[in-house]
Ligand binder design. Sequence first.
Ligand code: KG4
Ligand code: ZN
Length: 335
Amino acid sequence: NKDVYVLGIETSCDETAAAIVKNGKEIMANVVASQIESHKRFGGVVPEVASRHHVEQITLVIEKAMHEANLSFAELDAIAVTQGPGLVGALLIGVNAAKALAFAHQLPLVAVHHIAGHIYANRLVTEMKFPLLALVVSGGHTELVYMKEHGSFEVIGETRDDAAGEAYDKVARALRLPYPGGPHIDRLAHEGRATLDLPRAWLEDGSYDFSFSGLKSAVINTLHNAEQRGETIEIQDMAASFQESVIDVLVTKTIKAAQEYHVRQVLLAGGVAANRGLRTALEQKMAELQEVELVIPPLSLCTDNAAMIAAAGTILFAHGKRSELSLNADPGLEL
Ligand code: KG4
Ligand code: ZN
């Protein structure tokens, strides 16, 4: 049994990333060039700025990953790239780089869904045990995904409006915190108390969908009303109240789905998985469930990276997936 080496490329949002993964599990190199500093002064990701950075960084990042892994292109087995969803101009840079390299070096090309990548970050940490449930929470996504086997994804719940990370970033903006706001709210939440009464969107009975825009508006209204009355709200208490509301819904629905679907594992994925409050709450609640394992990857694998794309790509490649050189980026790609 020969070892399989896959180069992963990820440029769906504001990180230009390339990684080499061995046998779908072992990271040989994981290079991420973050653009956060450039987007900070705009308070969010500016698509044109992102594309430009990707163009400037992509070759360097891939070369660096190949160098760190100490591999030549001839030693690779496949190239995996994020096809979507994401910003189209950003995705195109990665897809075109992957196509050019696949053509030049006569290597198979494998298109990967960004969310499949986030989920497969977990395989870099531990063996996946099916059936499993993945809670994917990032700046662009909030999804509960049921997997009965490798490569099979069933979305059992998703956000109807804002993604969890998006809500964090918008609330952070209302609190005049820098972008991206998630980590700042997380930090402040631990210094405050959840004393403010904020809504929780449970939606219809039995639904695993989410909604965060009402909560976001409630925060903004509460801040506004307090200001009108000349009252001050402690930013720490608002952060704590908001975070408690988000976590309460995320954790409750995840636990309920884990029980209903009789899963063996619950995987956490996406940038919001970095949230300390969410990690702790899930760990505590999951401890009450017998025989269900909770997997939370390290922070560097939760936020956007290419190792997760290579990991997902390796599985798809092993299952026979090959993409044509006519592959196009798809900003609205379905899982
Ligand atoms: O997965 P990711 O790096 O990019 C997307 O695919 O969206 O996720 C970025 C998101 C941002 O919204 C950021 O505010 C949020 O993850 N985030 C956090 C934390 N760290 C990052 N949200 C809450 N708590 C955190 N500690
Ligand atoms: Zn992501």
